[in-house]
Design a protein around this ligand. Structure first.
Ligand code: CAA
Length: 464
């Protein structure tokens, strides 16, 4: 039985901080954010929003767009790394909110859990729910997989310029209009690491920025190697000599903690794939320098990062490599459209890969590309750490879904925060009743109880 993504919807908070305002306040060169990281605006949650209401707002949208009733949904999973409870799963809050609209008990039949593995857990949730459908357990129902996060870093830290917030929901079924997952090729890699983590009770993560960048690329590459083996074993793709697996992906969506991380990761993967091929000689000639190697090629990530001479040369080599015509063609055709939304919204942790997929569909369609039958590869990464590589093929019904995508109108009237407003929100100085926007037709957080008996209980309403 087939399984895949039938539709996709997003919910992005309407407050944002502009990269130029942020850079000025922190004494940074705005070009570092805009060109160096690919960050123009970062979406920020209002005082009456949390990751559960972002998720519920996205779910309501996809249900209304598709005229779905709760009876049509058999599973609702929420993947997040912004959990606010150690036991009660975020999907229970989401169900509670949706039942305010669809009626008490209307989702009673629906199963689901909250999944956690930093930014990769949404990909595991998609995989598990696709398998639920493939196993014919769904009884004609669809699954909703919601990825929802608030990417928030300590004030003044280097991560602060890579924040964002929002939610993406995907409707999964056995006759997907948008994308059918390729069966039996999903591949993973996993390793106990401390590149980025958030200990109990801490609102913001502890981050080893450059280490996390490098680990991301290494882990995704390992998962890509495993994917390649499965593709060859299953015969899904016929590889000719001189081909790389990436030649057989029309689009490549990467996890986007900031949009240029997608560029960095693609360059890393392409470079490692091409190194084995006859075309590499020609590329090296165009670059005009030898590919640098670290002093200790078998060393740890720390030893490579500490090898200043290598890092400088490697940086120079990468820059030249990404300027070669052959690489530029791959970048423009396979990745560039996926980066547009990230630049305008920022990091969504679990949701950022799927915001990128959504962005790629909309902007490739606008270019006039016929998406039917195109193979889409996904490179998912979660700190701590695990990567997943999988793929799918765009289906005949795609146009019905993609023609209505309009990021600008979905973002709506955004409000540019002043630095003071942003800092008050960041430091949790405002309570829900002091929200900056009075939203309509949305779920909002009203109250979090603080008394001994019911501490942590959250109350939400649907603003008519
Ligand atoms: N003009 C133009 N470009 C500039 C510039 C300037 N004035 N100054 C710097 N740049 C460029 C740099 O050359 C660099 O480009 P390259 O990557 O091509 O080399 C880029 O801007 C960033 O500069 P730095 O690497 O010096 O930036 P930094 O070290 O201060 O911070 C960061 C970058 C490490 C990503 C930091 O923002 C951070 O820690 N972020 C959070 C962690 C993170 O996002 N990790 C990603 C992998 S882990 C993951 O993906 C999970 C997740 O979602 C968090």
């Amino acid at each position: 039985m087939a399984a895949g993504i039938d539709d996709i919807a997003i919910y992005i908070p309407r407050l944002y901080i502009d990269a130029s305002d942020f850079a000025k306040a922190r004494g940074l060169d705005p070009v570092k954010l805009q060109k160096g990281l690919g960050v123009s605006q970062m979406a920020i949650v209002d005082a009456n929003q949390d990751p559960a209401c972002l998720a519920a707002n996205a779910c309501l949208k996809i249900m209304q767009n598709n005229k779905l009733s709760p009876e049509d949904i058999g599973r609702l999973y929420v993947s997040t790394e912004s959990a606010f409870d150690e036991s009660k799963a975020m999907n229970s809050y989401v169900i509670g909110m949706l039942e305010q609209v669809y009626g008490q008990g209307s989702f009673e039949h629906c199963g689901g859990i909250e999944t956690k593995f930093a930014c990769v857990s949404g990909s595991y949730a998609l995989y598990d729910n696709a398998n639920w459908i493939r196993a014919d357990e769904a009884d004609g129902k669809a699954a909703l997989v919601v990825v929802s996060d608030i990417a928030k870093y300590d004030m003044g830290s280097s991560g602060e310029m890579t924040q964002g917030a929002g939610s993406v929901v995907m409707l999964l079924n056995d006759k997907p209009r948008l994308l059918e997952f390729d069966p039996k090729v999903t591949a993973t890699s996993i390793k106990d690491e401390y590149d980025f983590y958030r200990p109990f009770g801490k609102e913001t993560p502890i981050v080893h920025g450059q280490y996390s960048n490098m680990l991301y690329m290494i882990q995704v590459r390992k998962a890509l190697e495993a994917y390649k083996k499965k593709v060859i074993k299953t015969g899904l793709i016929k590889m000719e000599s001189g081909d790389t697996i990436l030649d057989h992906m029309d689009y490549i969506n990467m996890h986007l903690p900031y949009s240029n991380m997608g560029k960095k990761a693609l360059a890393y993967l392409v470079r490692h794939e091409w190194r084995q091929l006859p075309r590499w000689k020609r590329i090296l000639k165009e670059i005009g320098m030898e590919e640098p190697v670290p002093k200790d090629p078998r060393g740890t990530i720390e030893s490579v990062l500490g090898d200043q001479e290598f890092m400088t040369k490697d940086h120079e080599f990468t820059k030249l490599f990404t300027k070669t015509q052959e690489y530029q063609e791959v970048y423009e055709a396979k990745l560039s459209s996926s980066l547009i939304a990230s630049t305008m919204i920022g990091n969504l942790y679990t949701a950022s890969l799927y915001l990128g997929f959504r962005s790629s569909l909309e902007f490739e369609y606008q270019k006039g590309v016929d998406l039917l039958g195109k193979r889409v590869g996904f490179g998912s990464y979660g700190s701590g750490s695990s990567a997943m590589v999988f793929s799918g093929v765009i289906q005949p019904g795609f146009e019905e879904v993609v023609k209505n995508m309009n990021l600008e109108s979905e973002l709506g009237d955004r409000r540019r925060l002043t630095l003071d407003e942003y800092e008050d929100l960041h430091e949790n100085k405002l309570t829900p009743e002091n929200s900056m926007i009075h939203s309509k037709k949305e779920f909002v957080l009203v109250d979090v109880k603080t008394d001994e008996e019911s501490r942590g209980e959250r109350r939400y309403v649907f603003n008519e």
